[in-house]
Write a protein that binds this ligand. Structure first.
Ligand code: OGA
Ligand code: MN
Length: 277
């Protein structure tokens, strides 16, 4: 476990589509040859870009609202709860970017398989797989991977492989401070499904990357069942962190301001494998 944690969280923590909240229907050429499935589009009202630095590319931090159903979310929450309940919260490691949390790997039969070996999304069944996630949770993970593939890997799908997902349980008073995810094993996107509680994620220019201190930030509102995706500059040149409870999110689209209470939260993190792994 320690090795896995250090892959995800080590100091190596150094470290794209547009539209309204509608859905589009699009065929997935490699995964769904015979039928079209509905692929959601990002929701711009969940992004506050008013303080964004000039070089920030808006496609590099997007949020999809209600990416899965409440029923699928409840299934994942139950599966994660069962796998977390005997673990203790980690805290106060001297250089940790995260405290007050637990983490487990959620193994899935298609982890690390190339997309061409995975059956068409519509035909996926998991009845023969002896893993510990429920069928519904595995379907939900497959669906999210499909959405990510369509939006972010359409031109280089043949080499795409998914690292096993990680579930993170963050206490109400847990802290996730600014970091860039490891670039050692993890590839071009980092995505997270939020469950149980809303939160605000803030992206800031990474001081290790920009010579002069650059001001500004971009905020993402992450309601339960939403999926955020960081790619490009949002993945490599900006840090991400979760704000503490009680901060306000203002949408740059609608101008609405909401105070966001962050409670006990689960997340499921999706990462593609680096090309050479
Ligand atoms: C991480 C991370 C955010 C989240 O684990 O590296 O940034 O949504 N997590 O839990
Ligand atoms: Mn991270």
């Amino acid at each position: 476990m320690f090795t896995k944690l250090s892959i995800v969280r080590s100091r190596a923590f150094t470290g794209v589509s547009n539209a309204t909240p509608t859905h589009i229907t699009k065929a997935i050429p490699q995964l769904c040859q015979y039928r079209a499935i509905t692929i959601p589009k990002p929701d711009h009202e969940l992004v506050d870009k008013r303080q964004a630095p000039d070089d920030f590319c808006l496609n590099s931090a997007v949020v999809f609202k209600d990416i899965i159903s409440e029923e699928d979310g409840a299934s994942l929450v139950e599966d994660i709860f069962l796998r977390m309940k005997r673990r203790r919260y980690e805290r106060d490691h001297w250089d940790s970017v995260i405290t007050g949390y637990k983490e487990v790997e959620l193994s899935h039969p298609h982890d690390m398989m190339t997309a061409s070996n995975i059956p068409s999304y519509e035909n996926i069944t998991f009845t023969d797989y002896n893993g510990t996630l429920s069928e519904k949770s595995m379907q939900a993970i497959s669906f999210i991977r499909n959405v990510l593939q369509v939006h972010f890997f359409s031109s280089n799908v043949s080499s795409l492989k998914w690292l096993p997902c990680h579930a993170i349980d963050l206490k109400k008073d847990g802290v996730l401070s600014a970091h860039v995810d490891s670039v050692k094993f993890s590839g071009d996107i980092v995505a997270g499904l939020s469950l149980k509680s809303s939160s605000i994620m803030r992206l800031k220019p990474d001081k290790d990357f920009y010579q002069s201190e650059m001001q500004g930030h971009v905020d993402l509102l992450l309601p339960p069942l939403s999926l955020y995706v960081l790619s490009g500059v949002g993945r490599y040149k900006y840090t991400h962190e979760l704000l503490s409870s009680g901060e306000t999110f203002s949408s740059s689209e609608t101008q609405d301001a909401v105070k966001v209470t962050r409670d006990h939260r689960y997340s499921v993190i999706f990462r593609d494998a680096k090309d050479n792994t």
